[in-house]
Design a protein around this ligand. Structure first.
Ligand code: ADP
Ligand code: MG
Length: 231
């Protein structure tokens, strides 16, 4: 589906926050690789989708009332069998309800467990003065504690994309450091440039987060995505 159609559907249902499943469909339309992620509305459907996708899989809560899924036990990684999926489904439902009894639960998302790579994050937000801005950094503690991130105003040139990757302090990690596989820098640059063009063409997008993208020697793939529309 085209991003525009997805946005219209989301708005028609009275939401501004896209689910992970919807956000990744938008990435597919932009041409940014993401793990194929399907919505299951029951435990049986989750098991059947896991069988189709192929084990190991990941299950995550899909709810407009849950933004940080892992904070409330809403992410289960490395599920190897239908029994694992069944147990993960029950645990995700009970911990989500324990945190917010009123949470509107759409179901769970089922996706392939990606092989681990260097975790990178790419974000977009709108600055009051400069308008849309893209952010780049390494995932996890580096962004949260050290604020080791770079920014560029949209639209990005290819020089901007190259520079913003190279100017973070943790850049040596992306070059391959002490046995860490080097990241495919052209794939990351392409992600930034595609996102920049997309944001330029879609003013109704308020915020985007690809957090994390797993970077490998031979490419990069988003395993989580969040898009917020203007209200
Ligand atoms: P949150 O809403 O908490 O940000 P995420 O979807 O980012 O939830 O999942 C939390 C973490 O689980 C990610 O940072 C990543 O390390 C890991 N993860 C998520 N999806 C996958 C996947 N498909 N394959 C492998 N690891 C994953
Ligand atoms: Mg995330």
């Amino acid at each position: 589906m085209k991003a525009k159609e997805i946005f219209d559907q989301v708005k028609a249902s009275g939401r501004t926050l896209l689910t992970e499943v919807e956000s990744k469909e938008v990435l597919q339309d932009i041409g940014i690789p993401a793990t194929t992620t399907l919505l299951a509305k029951s435990k049986e459907e989750a098991q059947s989708l896991a069988g189709k996708i192929g084990y190991p899989v990941v299950l995550k809560i899909v709810s407009p009332d849950v933004v940080h899924k892992s904070d409330t036990g809403g992410v289960k990684l490395g599920l190897k069998t239908p029994e694992d999926v069944s147990q993960a489904y029950d645990e995700i439902m009970s911990s989500t309800k324990a945190h917010n009894a009123k949470a509107n639960i759409f179901g769970v998302s089922v996706q392939k467990m990606a092989k681990s790579g260097t975790e990178v994050i790419v974000g977009m937000y709108k600055d009051a003065q400069f308008g849309p801005v893209l952010m780049f950094g390494l995932g996890g503690i580096l962004v949260e504690v050290l604020k080791d991130v770079s920014f560029r105003i949209v639209p990005l040139t290819s020089r901007d994309a190259k520079q913003m990757i190279r100017e973070i302090k943790a850049y040596p990690v992306l070059e391959g450091f002490r046995g860490i596989e080097p990241a495919n820098l052209p794939a990351l640059e392409e992600t930034l440039l595609k996102l920049s063009s997309f944001v330029e063409e879609h003013e109704e997008v308020k915020e985007m987060d690809l957090n994390p993208i797993f970077a490998y020697k031979d490419g990069a793939i988003a395993v989580d995505a969040r898009i917020v529309l203007e209200s």
